[in-house]
Ligand binder design. Structure first.
Ligand code: NAD
Length: 245
C-alpha cells in the first residue's frame, strides 16, 4: 500500500518564529510537505522550496481555514499543526474598544481553535498527530508592551492547550511554547518597543540577548517529534531565563 504524504501545517509561517519553524520542519525527513498559512499578501512569493505550500489565509476566518485544511487533506494526511500566527498592539484599557478586543483575541486565540477544530479530529481518528500552540510570557505575567487583550488571549492559549491535551489523548499530543522576547518584526519593527527599550530588556535577560527565531523553532520542532513522546499538555518556556526574576 502506498503511504499518503505527511503534511505539517504552520500558521504565520511567512515571518519570524513561524518562518524559522518552516525551515526546521523542512530539514528533517518526517514531512513530505510543509504548508504555511499566512495573511501576508506576498506569502506565495516568500518560499521557493517545492516541499513548501504557501496559502494566503486569514486564520481568524473559520471558513478560510476549513477550506485550506480540506484542500490539504486531499493531498495527504496532516500530522502536525503549529498554531503560531499572532499579533500584538498596545492600548490603554480605557481606550480599548470592543472591536480591538475581539481583533486581538481572534488572531491570538480563536485562530488556534479554528485550526484545532478543522484538523485535530482527523488526527485523532488516525490515532497520530501533534498540535503545538504558541503563547507568550504576556499570558503568565501580563504584557509589558501590549494591551490586556494580548495578555488575556495568550493566557487563554494555556487553557486551550490543556483542554485539548486531555480530549485528544492518547493519540494527539498537544503542547504549548511560551517565548520571551524574540528578535522578529513583531518585537523590532512594530511600535511596541523602541530600540533603546529592546537593548535594556536584553540586558535584563539572564542569557543577555533576545531569542533568535530558531531558538524557539527548535523547541517547537522537538515537541512535535518522537523525542517528546511522553509530553502532552505542557507549557514550555523559552525565555533565556527571564522568568527567574
Ligand atoms: P511576526 O510578526 O514575525 O510573524 C507573525 C506572522 O503571523 C506574520 O507572518 C503575519 O503575517 C502572520 N499573521 C498575522 N495575522 C495573521 C492572520 N490573521 N492570519 C494568518 N497569519 C497571520 O511575529 P513573531 O514574533 O514571529 O510571532 C509569532 C508568534 O510568537 C505570535 O503568536 C506571537 O504572539 C508570539 N510571540 C512573539 C514574541 C516576540 O517577542 N516576537 C514573544 C512572545 C510570543
Amino acid at each position: 500500500m502506498v503511504e499518503e504524504p505527511s503534511i505539517a501545517v504552520i500558521t504565520g509561517g511567512a515571518s519570524g518564529i513561524g518562518r524559522a519553524t518552516v525551515t526546521r520542519f523542512l530539514e528533517d525527513d518526517v514531512y513530505d510537505l510543509v504548508a504555511c498559512l499566512d495573511i501576508a499578501e506576498d506569502v506565495e512569493k516568500r518560499f521557493e522550496d517545492e516541499s513548501i505550500r504557501a496559502f494566503r489565509c486569514d486564520v481568524t476566518d473559520h471558513d478560510q481555514v476549513s477550506e485550506t485544511i480540506s484542500e490539504l487533506e486531499g493531498e495527504g494526511r496532516i500530522d502536525a499543526v503549529v498554531n503560531n500566527a499572532g499579533f500584538s498592539k498596545y492600548s490603554w484599557i480605557g481606550d480599548l474598544s470592543p472591536d480591538e478586543w475581539r481583533e486581538i483575541i481572534d488572531i491570538n486565540l480563536t485562530s488556534q481553535y479554528n485550526l484545532a477544530h478543522t484538523a485535530a479530529p482527523a488526527m485523532y481518528e488516525r490515532e497520530h498527530g501533534y498540535l503545538l500552540n504558541v503563547s507568550s510570557g504576556a499570558g503568565k505575567r501580563g504584557s509589558a508592551s501590549g494591551g490586556v487583550h494580548y495578555s488575556a488571549a495568550k493566557a487563554g492559549v494555556f487553557g486551550l492547550t490543556k483542554g485539548l491535551a486531555k480530549q485528544l489523548s492518547p493519540y494527539v499530543r498537544v503542547n504549548c511554547v511560551i517565548p520571551g522576547l524574540v528578535d522578529t518584526p513583531l518585537a523590532t519593527d512594530s511600535n511596541l518597543w523602541t530600540e533603546t527599550e529592546l537593548e535594556e530588556q536584553a540586558e535584563r535577560i539572564p542569557l543577555k540577548r533576545l531569542a533568535q527565531p530558531d531558538d524557539v523553532a527548535r523547541v517547537i520542532h522537538f515537541l512535535c517529534d518522537e523525542g517528546a513522546s511522553y509530553m502532552t499538555g505542557e507549557l514550555v518556556t523559552v525565555d533565556g531565563g527571564s522568568s527567574l526574576s
